[in-house]
Design a protein around this ligand. Structure first.
Ligand code: 5GP
Length: 189
């Protein structure tokens, strides 16, 4: 999506450890007008799909998911990062290795918020090694619900997550796909 690529070229900063910083419009300060355009694009790409719920993970996916939900007319559920390990029973739980923080998070959704009849669209800001998306897919599957697909703002296509998850048959729609990035240069697919 040209508009998002332009924002990334203009404001994105390549940091150590293959991290693309987009704090100026997505991860710290939020450009809601831009998020509205991203939401319209997700809605167009998943038009024709019945979506009952949008699932994301705290914290940075929540803003995008909420704007998108206004187009899909559905609630947003965000998976929470929990310090407590033994929460089975009332919660669906999974583990997600954090790309940016280098730790493993226990991630939970309370059982009433994901149900077998739900068709779930997953939304997140970045796709890198795929741990976050795979964790969210796991939560949906534990609930017996259906993954409609995943809407991602920025996929770092030089990292393996996107390819691996598409190979499992999950529809992944990324609005900007970074082919390579170095200090001062970001190349899109
Ligand atoms: P993955 O689990 O696919 O390796 O990484 C996805 C998660 O890590 C996203 O939820 C996002 O918060 C974070 N992330 C991964 N790569 C980047 C990056 O280059 N920049 C930022 N800002 N976040 C990233």
């Amino acid at each position: 999506m040209q508009l998002l690529e332009d924002h990334i070229r203009r404001e994105g900063k390549v940091a150590a450890g293959n991290v693309l910083r987009v704090d100026g419009f997505l991860n710290h300060q939020i450009d809601v007008v831009l998020l509205t355009k991203l939401a319209e694009e997700f809605h167009a790409r998943f038009s024709g799909e019945k979506v009952d719920k949008i699932l994301t993970i705290e914290a940075s996916g929540i803003g995008m998911a909420c704007v998108a939900a206004q187009y899909f007319h559905c609630p947003v559920v965000f998976a929470k990062k929990s310090k407590t390990r033994n929460l089975s029973g009332e919660f669906y739980t999974t583990q997600v290795a954090s790309f940016t923080h280098g730790i493993v998070n226990h991630v939970i959704v309370a059982k009433p918020y994901l149900n077998p009849e739900d068709r779930v669209l997953i939304i997140d800001d970045f796709l890198a090694n795929g741990a976050a998306l795979e964790g969210l897919i796991d939560l949906v599957q534990q609930a017996g619900a259906t993954v409609v697909g995943a809407g991602i703002a920025v996929e770092k296509a030089f990292q393996p997550g996107g390819e691996r998850i598409r190979a499992k048959g999950v529809r992944v729609e990324s609005l900007a796909r970074v082919k390579e990035m170095h200090e001062g240069e970001i190349v899109f697919c």
